[in-house]
Design a protein around this ligand. Structure first.
Ligand code: SME
Length: 158
């Protein structure tokens, strides 16, 4: 059957697996958190072509903009505010298929249609130290595969 001869052009799962191994190698050799966040944002962003990929770090009881790729973004987000502040408060990943249906969504860009925010924990997994925020200009872009791999990637940040 012709179908059986088709070689995969790289499924999302395969892309994440490769990305994860690259990020593991990168972070093993670098102890600076900001440097690692900067490269991780760049690698995720260029692999998938998302609209916005970046980090907000917890500082002074707020989320403050960290390394990112994409257009200008808001600098500070309060605890429990927007998708980012909600993921921080809940201490769990939040997937938003349609940002217009998320009460309190903070629209840094009108092009954003869907979003995923993954918390980053300290090494004892006690405190949320940052969040990884990804926006897509496509509705319903993120699923449990994204969640699984992005949580694994977030776990590489110390
Ligand atoms: N939409 C986010 C704000 C950050 S930007 O998307 C980069 C939120 O509601 O928290």
């Amino acid at each position: 059957m012709a179908e059986q001869l088709i070689i995969s052009d790289g499924s999302k799962e395969e892309k994440y697996a490769l990305l994860y191994s690259q990020i593991t190698a990168l972070t093993e050799g670098e102890s600076d958190t900001i440097a690692n966040m900067a490269n991780i944002a760049s690698m995720i962003h260029s692999t998938f072509g998302f609209w916005w990929t970046g980090f907000y770090r917890v500082k002074d009881n707020q989320l403050i903009l960290g390394p990112f790729q994409g257009p200008l973004a808001c600098s500070r987000i309060g605890f429990g505010k927007g998708v980012c502040g909600t993921a921080w408060k809940l201490r769990e990943t939040v997937i938003v298929p349609d940002v217009e249906r998320f009460p309190g969504h903070i629209a840094c860009s009108s092009a954003s249609r869907s979003e995923i925010v993954v918390p980053v924990f300290d090494k004892e997994s006690l405190e949320v130290t940052a969040v990884l925020d990804i926006d897509s200009d496509t509705p319903d872009k993120f699923d449990q595969t994204d969640r699984l791999w992005l949580e694994k990637i977030a776990g590489l940040i110390i």
